[in-house]
Design a protein around this ligand. Sequence first.
Ligand code: HEC
Length: 98
Amino acid sequence: MKRSFRWTVAGALISGLVFVTTGPISSQEVFPEGKGRDTLFLVCTQCHALNRMTEARFGADDWEFIVYDMISRGAPVYKDDIEDLNKYLIDNFAIEEQ
Ligand code: HEC
């Protein structure tokens, strides 16, 4: 009885570890490394979830507009970071415009 309990605990710990290590990896796939990602994570999470970005269907022009739109709503993006953020969003999330 005692023995099988120990194994249950070990199993729970191992699956916990797997969960912890796969979590960040899958989010890196959605948000690839790049200039602008830090800004996105720091700034754009303040008012809504990041799946707004992954689910959004915007072209390059729209993304540029959205960044300024968010800034006008109060998103605190440094002036020097705007270009990198725009580029990051466009490179990773812009769709082809018809
Ligand atoms: C000051 C709060 C705030 C911050 C910070 C903010 N947003 Fe938003 N965002 C909003 C609001 C308000 C809306 C529209 C209302 C809603 O649907 O939640 C919105 C909506 C959006 C949408 C959906 C637009 C649409 O037309 O469907 C996108 C995409 C978006 N934000 C991207 C960003 C990005 C990228 C950043 C980082 C630069 C950011 N947001 C930071 C407040 C914010």
